[in-house]
Write a protein that binds this ligand. Sequence first.
Ligand SMILES: [Zn+2]
Length: 91
Amino acid sequence: MVAVFGCWRVVQRLADLLAGDLDPWEHQAVQAHLAGCARCDDAFDRTRRLEALLRSARDVEIPHASRRRLEGLIDRLETRDRVGHAPTPSG
Ligand SMILES: [Zn+2]
């Protein structure tokens, strides 16, 4: 059975997913969420492209404006998730 992750939880794990640092059950839960959530899938795609870009140019720093935009995107996703998908008590 695959655990159900909300957007906020998934966005927080995108970098770990790319790095291969998730436990197998977390990996499964994040992948399941990405398959059904265009917003997080888009965020994952942006994160993946950014990491590929950074790998290809290790000596280049992230421009301040780009960093602010990425942080803003994450903040907006987190806020939307908290407002739109309040967690339900489990059990
Ligand atoms: Zn999502």
